[in-house]
Design a protein around this ligand. Structure first.
Ligand code: COA
Length: 164
């Protein structure tokens, strides 16, 4: 498969359906902590609320003009929590780590937050590997919704970005 050139852009209302298709995939549901099915109505409400929330930033991952996935950043005071989903056909080609780097750089430039944290369900090997490849470091474990999760952290140093 030829490597796609990818980019990220802020999500907009029209992305709601594409994101719903991606997050409804059984592998993605398994990767979440609640693991329950999300209805279209619930997703629409969540997506519209997320777009209006100044502390939650959604980016669409785009390759060759197609939606490949989504990054979500929840901005806390001194760090941002990050989560990522890619559509099925896009997984396993290194786009996850690449997108995480693009996303963290974008958040750094927008907010100057330089610390990032992700919770990855124990057993989600591809996610563990993807966060590690993006430069995140595994810093212990915690329990979320009764499930064990690895805590991954990443800090951007000024010299690693194009920030002015
Ligand atoms: C987790 C995710 C973002 C990783 O992104 P990615 O682009 O697939 O990551 P990579 O291509 O770097 O793959 C990471 C590792 O998982 C393996 N992998 C990923 N998808 C795979 C698949 N479908 N089948 C087999 N191996 C796979 C890769 O081979 C790679 O292993 P390697 O480093 O030994 O080569 C993506 O797989 C995804 O969206 N998964 C479903 C949702 C999810 O789990 N999100 C994370 C929640 S915290």
């Amino acid at each position: 498969m030829k490597k796609k050139s990818i980019c990220i852009r802020p999500a907009k209302t029209d992305d709601c359906r594409d994101v719903f298709v991606i997050i409804s995939d059984p592998v993605v549901r398994q990767a979440t902590f609640k693991q329950r099915t999300i209805s279209w109505d619930e997703h629409q409400r969540w997506f519209q609320a997320a777009l209006k929330n100044p502390d939650r930033l959604l980016f669409i991952i785009v390759g060759n003009g197609n939606t490949l996935g989504m990054l979500r950043f929840d901005i806390q005071k001194k760090y941002a929590d990050v989560s990522i989903v890619l559509n099925k056909a896009t997984r396993g080609h290194g786009y996850g780590p690449q997108s995480l780097q693009l996303g963290c750089d974008a958040i750094y430039q927008l907010t100057e937050i330089s610390n990032y944290r992700a919770y990855v369900r124990t057993g989600n090997i591809s996610s563990y590997k993807a966060f590690a490849k993006a430069g995140f470091v595994h810093k212990g474990s915690t329990t979320i919704e009764g499930a064990e999760a690895g805590i991954f952290v990443y800090t951007i140093a000024d010299s690693t970005t194009n920030a002015v």
